[in-house]
Design a protein around this ligand. Sequence first.
Ligand code: 5GP
Ligand code: ZN
Length: 116
Amino acid sequence: MDDCIFCKIAKGEIPSRKVYEDGHVVAFWDLAPVAPVHILIVPKAHYPNLYEMTGHPEGLAALDRLHRALPEVVRVSGLSDKGFRLINNCGENAGQTVMHVHYHLIGGMELGPRII
Ligand code: 5GP
Ligand code: ZN
C-alpha cells in the first residue's frame, strides 16, 4: 500500500519512536498519546482492519505473530507490573482513522471507567 502511513513506518520511510521490531511486527509510540504509555502494535504486512485480517489463514497467521510479540512489547513499555488495555478500533463505527490494522497498548495510569 503506497500511501499507507503505517506501511511507511514499518519500512522506516517515516520516522517513529519504535520500541519493538521483528520480522513481522513493529511497535512504536502513538503520535498523540492518550495515556503516559501509548504504543501502537502493527503487523508489517498491510491489512485494512481486524475483520479483514481474520477472514483468511494468512491473516490469522500474521495475527498470531503479532500476539506472540505482545509480552515483549508490554515488558519494554514498562507495563508488566500494573497492567494495560489493548484496544482495536475496527471500521467506521469504531472510529478507526488509520486503515492499517493496529492495536493500541495503553497504560501507565489508572485508565478510568471501562466501556465493557
Ligand atoms: P485509530 O483511530 O485508527 O484507532 O488509531 C490511529 C492512531 O494512529 C491514532 O491514535 C493517531 O494518533 C496515530 N497516528 C496517526 N498518524 C500517525 C503517525 O504518523 N505516527 C504515529 N506514531 N502515530 C500516528
Ligand atoms: Zn499499510
